[in-house]
Write a protein of this length. Structure first.
Length: 256
């Protein structure tokens, strides 16, 4: 277990690296740290976090990046859910109400909506029908982590057999359960340089669906976890009644 100070430093490094995609220096942490602490102390704590495997030091930089273990500790112990903005919520509410009314192109439109809101690649599908759609590969290609053609090709290849891989994975997940896989934890081998947030859900008619967000390990975990929960909850009928009452009054508001 990390000390409070080490936890704060790790969280700051994750947040800064998420924002910039550049290894984080001790001077950057010094500026963001709200306590009176010396730069030498910060450097020592960063050395210790590196020693225990929570930080990595790219050989071309003096800064540090979180390791898979560092991200896992952050998610399990330090992550604070980041609520969706009101604009995101209203956009999602409108799109999902349209889908609910039309009952068509559910998987395809959900994948596009998740990708647009998360700025990652998204996957949506109906499990029994083996009907899967992905959207946002172009978004991944804009991230510096995926500027190598071989890596993009591996991710693209995994989508060709995604139905088989999803079936095996979802056998171990309960409806409504949200799991976060980081890097090497990923059960889909071809995307082990990515992180994946995934959740199965069940429609009112009994059909089982799945939502997943796939992106760089520096993705916004709090926001994307909440996004998956928000959307799967709607289609699992956890909040349908509230959505439709709001829609009939033509006053789409924050329902979270």
């Amino acid at each position: 277990m990390l000390s409070d100070r080490q936890g704060k430093i790790l969280a700051l490094i994750v947040q800064e690296y998420t924002r910039s995609a550049v290894p984080v220096s001790s001077s950057s942490i010094m500026k963001a740290f709200r306590e009176n602490i010396s730069s030498a102390t910060i450097r020592n704590e960063m050395f210790e976090l590196e020693r225990i495997g929570f930080l990595l030091k790219p050989h071309v930089s003096a800064g540090r990046t979180p390791s898979d273990a560092g991200y896992r500790y952050f998610i399990d112990n330090l992550l604070k859910n980041r609520k969706l903005t009101q604009d995101d919520q209203k956009t999602l509410q409108v799109e999902m109400l349209k889908l609910k009314a039309q009952n068509t192109r559910l998987s395809r439109t959900l994948a596009k909506t998740l990708s647009t809101t998360s700025r990652c690649m998204a996957l949506s599908g109906m499990i029994e029908k083996k009907d899967y759609y992905d959207f946002g590969m172009h978004t991944l290609m804009d991230d510096p982590e995926f500027n190598e053609l071989d890596e993009v090709s591996r991710i693209a290849a995994s989508l060709d057999v995604i139905d088989e891989k999803m079936e095996k994975l979802l056998d171990h997940l309960e409806d409504g359960e949200i799991r976060i896989f980081i890097g090497e934890e990923n059960p889909i081998e071809e995307i082990r340089k990515c992180s994946m947030i995934i959740s199965p859900y069940r429609l009112e008619n009994g059909e089982r669906g799945v939502l997943a967000i796939i992106g760089p390990k520096r993705m916004e975990y709090g926001k994307n976890k909440n996004l998956i929960d928000f959307v799967s909850g709607f289609f699992s009928n956890k909040s349908t009644k509230a959505f439709f009452i709001t829609a009939t009054t033509a006053n789409l508001v924050n329902l979270i």
